[in-house]
Design a protein around this ligand. Structure first.
Ligand SMILES: NC(=O)c1ccc[n+]([C@@H]2O[C@H](COP(=O)([O-])OP(=O)(O)OC[C@H]3O[C@@H](n4cnc5c(N)ncnc54)[C@H](OP(=O)(O)O)[C@@H]3O)[C@@H](O)[C@H]2O)c1
Length: 243
């Protein structure tokens, strides 16, 4: 017997949905019948992504580092079922000795403060049975040298996920923790350096490669649909924590 998709007639909002992991979540949910709304800060990228997603997708340009912009966005937005937060800017990677603490504070702006603001203003619009899925990273559990601030952001998101699951119950709140994934997040590296990173990290992993956005997206779909888990972080890292 064919089962109907849990996304038919569902409205999914993906903050950071114009690229990488968020775009893959948009593609997979839209292909399973969801009405998808993607949000990011660059109008051109939003438009391009919406065109690639087809009729089930809409897009909005919002700078999520601006709290009032997030508040205004959700004030005008109707009810929806699932909130996914995948927005992320370039990583703050420095040895502690060369870490500028003002810049380090800014590393929390989008991944932590914007996620918190999105949940604060967006969660009141979530329909019964809906959920929130945030994004962290394996650096929270498996930091490398130079990752003091980035790993701290990840650990903070995991704690936030558990706290929000209690605060917002019965809305379920979970997170996905990817390892290294081939996306625009790494675009500020030179192409050759980036390929070398993918190759050396991939070769060091039990699965023998770095992740692709579609690998990670499936974890978001699982968390939206499964109905019983909350406060959890699912690790999809190719085995990074094992090595
Ligand atoms: N790729 C990895 O290896 C990896 C590993 C672990 C964790 N993660 C996490 O996964 C999440 C998704 O990253 P990704 O790899 O998919 O990167 P990505 O392809 O660069 O996607 C990031 C998204 O965030 C949006 N964004 C950036 N600044 C924004 C702002 N101020 N307001 C609104 N949207 C903004 C971008 O769109 P605009 O530029 O149009 O705004 C884009 O849609 C991030 O939190 C990242 O830290 C990634």
């Amino acid at each position: 017997m064919q089962q109907s998709s849990g996304f038919v007639n569902k409205r999914v909002v993906i903050l950071g949905g114009s690229s990488g992991i968020g775009l893959a979540v948009a593609e997979q949910t839209a292909s399973q019948g969801a009405k998808v709304v993607i949000v990011s800060s660059n109008a051109e990228r939003v438009q391009k992504a919406v065109e690639s997603l087809g009729d089930n997708a809409r897009g909005h340009t919002v700078d999520l580092s601006d709290e009032s912009a997030i508040e205004n966005f959700f004030a005008k937005f109707g009810a929806f079922d699932h909130l996914v937060f995948t927005a992320g800017d370039s990583l703050h990677l420095h040895d502690l000795a060369t870490t500028d603490l003002k810049e380090a504070r800014r590393a929390f702006e989008l991944r932590y403060w914007a996620a918190l603001a999105a949940v604060k203003y967006g969660s009141t619009n979530i329909r019964k049975g809906g959920s929130i899925v945030l994004t962290t990273g394996i650096a929270g559990q498996r930091p490398r040298k130079g990752w003091v601030v980035a790993a701290s952001v990840c650990g903070t998101i995991e704690a936030l996920t558990r706290a929000l699951a209690m605060e917002l119950a019965p809305i379920r709140v979970n997170a996905v923790s990817p390892g290294v994934v081939r996306t625009n997040l790494w675009q500020n590296m030179k192409a050759a350096e980036r390929e070398q990173l993918y190759e050396s990290v991939g070769n060091s992993l039990p699965v023998g490669r770095v992740g692709e956005p579609h690998d990670i997206a499936q974890a978001y779909l699982f968390l939206m649909q499964e109905g019983f888990g909350t406060g959890q972080t699912i690790v999809v890292d190719g085995g990074t924590v094992l090595v």
